[in-house]
Design a protein around this ligand. Structure first.
Ligand code: GDP
Ligand code: MG
Length: 176
């Protein structure tokens, strides 16, 4: 967190989870209202900055996306460094991505040295017809681990803004 004149906040938020769960599209939907059917690995941009107003204060979130290195299980400690919030994403139509959540949480714990506001995100909830993880399963994992929980769709925009804003608001509550 950086604070200037007691009125400006900048929080780093990271998005983690298996390859192809929709991390990059969640960020592009939130930051630019864009969705890509054939999204390639993120090129160039490491993060996007989004502003929101909380209690009349301008709060900026610097939201980091991986460059696709999660395919090689090689997300580095630099990625996590200084993060105050995290979205841990799985794909509701792919069981293996849900099974990986515990590993991502472990990695996050290993690399963080502060309280991190954490949201479990079941993405692709538009794919109801091929759902593999029930809402209840997601909820109970979140409760067990003390995480916020939300199902989202980067495709049709369901809950995307809400998911990011709950995390940002929680960070703000943690530090103010
Ligand atoms: P990442 O590897 O986690 O960054 O995943 P991407 O954002 O690159 O998305 C992987 C694939 O899933 C792409 O083909 C996206 O178009 C698709 N995708 C991402 N989010 C959604 C979603 O909410 N619904 C559906 N149906 N497809 C999605
Ligand atoms: Mg990506």
């Amino acid at each position: 967190m950086e604070e200037e004149e007691g009125e400006e906040y900048l929080f780093k938020v990271v998005i983690i989870g298996d390859s192809a769960v929709g991390k990059s599209n969640l960020l592009s939907r939130y930051a630019r209202n864009e969705f890509n059917i054939n999204s390639k690995a993120t090129i160039g941009v490491e993060f996007q900055t989004q502003c929101m107003d909380i209690d009349g204060k301008e709060v900026k979130a610097q939201i980091w996306d991986t460059a696709g290195q999660e395919r090689f299980r090689a997300v580095t400690s630099a990625y996590y460094r200084g993060a105050f919030g995290a979205l841990i994403v799985y794909d509701i139509s792919r069981r293996t991505t849900f099974d990986s959540v515990e590993r991502w949480l472990q990695e996050l714990r290993t690399h963080s040295d502060t309280t991190v506001a954490r949201m479990l995100v079941g993405n692709k909830c538009d794919l109801e017809n091929i759902r593999d993880i029930s809402v209840e399963e997601g909820k109970s994992l979140a409760e067990r681990e003390g995480l916020f929980f939300m199902e989202t769709s980067a495709f049709d925009s369901t809950n995307v803004k809400t998911a990011f804003e709950i995390v940002i608001r929680e960070i703000y509550n943690n530090v103010s």
